[in-house]
Design a protein. Sequence first.
Length: 115
Amino acid sequence: VQLQASGGGLVQAEGSLRLSCADSGRTSSPLTMGWFRQAPGKEREAVSCVSGADRSIWYDTSVKDRFTIVRDDAKNTVFLQMNNLKSEDTADYYCKAWYRASEYWGQGTLVTVSS
């Protein structure tokens, strides 16, 4: 299983970015897919996740109403649309896929928000 995250970059405050994470090499879809982030000097924290069964979605309060997670099961891909970015959103963003008996992390994609 390989999770390929992309879409990070440098953006000004109040700008937008769209992260993508494709889970290739599996024949089944993950139970849940999500995004985490880790800012310099801080612990990794959960940002958002979406289940495959009932499409329930969870957002951290810090990103609610600004970020939108979307899942495409046909491509085993999860997207994170990030709007109205703030300097505190600067971090390495990681995607994660949960299967019934295992879980996988993608490599990070750096998001830098300049004020």
